[in-house]
Design a protein around this ligand. Sequence first.
Ligand code: NAD
Ligand code: WQD
Length: 349
Amino acid sequence: MGDVGGLGTVLVTGGSGYIGSHTVLELVQAGYKAVVVDNLANSSEESLKRVGEITGKQDCIEFLEVDLLHFDKLENVFKEHEFIACIHFAGLKAVGESVKIPLMYYENNLTGTLNLLRLCTAYGCKNFVFSSSATVYGMADKMPVSEDTQLGSTNPYGRTKLFIEEFLRDVHTSDPEWNIVILRYFNPVGAHESGRIGEDPSGIPNNLMPFIAQVAVGRREFLSIFGDDYPTPDGTGVRDYIHVTDLAKGHVQALRKLASSKVGCTPVNLGTGKGASVLEMVKAFSKAAGKDLPYKLVERRAGDIAELYCSPDFARDFLHWEAKLTLDDMCADVWRWQSQNPEGYPRSE
Ligand code: NAD
Ligand code: WQD
């Protein structure tokens, strides 16, 4: 463990959200200080209070309620701090919603990122880690996907990730002092082992794991399994689920890499390299929760592909990082979080 924040201060946009809060936890445990900017559009300040409690390092976490769209307020954050790096999580992420309100997604994710990049340029914060997504592989049909697999997009959310990746490549071309790691997450699930922080979607969950967890805790009647006629071993969709704690540690490794070498603008897949089907997930979660989970087989969901999993080889060679936690760990940790916090974070603290 490092000194109290002794490794320097990292700007973490979107740091009170699901992946951000788990990453702030790993950052402060590794010896960094985190300054979080978040507009709380999809999160609660409670997550970071709890990170402070879990780690005992509240003094290494500063939370600022700032919207990336408010350039002047964001500039004040840069005026008041000196950052060694920025990790950029902030963005809207619901695929279906992005199809309904594309302009809001483009405005929030793209303009927010442009504001941030302008300020990082002006204030010399050129070590940058970006939250990209496996969605940038579009309808990839050859598994596993590696970083040089052809990119594509199927919805406005995915296009925001593709466009931002392009922004970053251009920014680096214009000024080689930029040092950028683009992390392409596969399917992040799980929660911190304490059960104190976890994923807390508002409304009906879009993703499989939080939906399963809400069925297990009795908030939803049954899971709908979207299609059982895919060309996969049991007919249900296959994905590369990765524990959020492993993912968070990947960010710490990315910062270490940026501190020790010039990497240009490099994309890295963060996944386990192993696929699991929807039925396998249901089985694993039932085991963790000690109960059967009711489900119904329904039509395929529009836009889904049969299977998606990554080659984790480059992450291992380049970042010296690999996912360690198993599907059983992911399910046990989500169950601990969901059963101890059935309604998620308290809404009015
Ligand atoms: P999240 O919604 O929990 O976190 C995103 C945070 O960004 C939220 O706290 C939200 O309030 C904040 N935010 C949004 N717009 C903002 C703005 N204009 N200004 C300031 N803050 C703003 O989502 P997450 O799952 O933690 O995802 C983090 C990042 O990782 C996102 O960029 C997401 O697209 C990406 N990602 C997520 C997944 C996933 O399945 N969870 C997969 C791949 C990539
Ligand atoms: C997983 C599997 C579904 C819900 C999404 C985004 C992607 C990235 C990660 C941000 C699929 C099936 C799901 C349900 C089901 N996010 N399923 N019943 O679609 O792989 O990826 O999250 O970047 O961009 O698209 O994840 O969790 O929605 O689905 O049967 O109620 O579970 O069909 O096979 P997905 P998911």
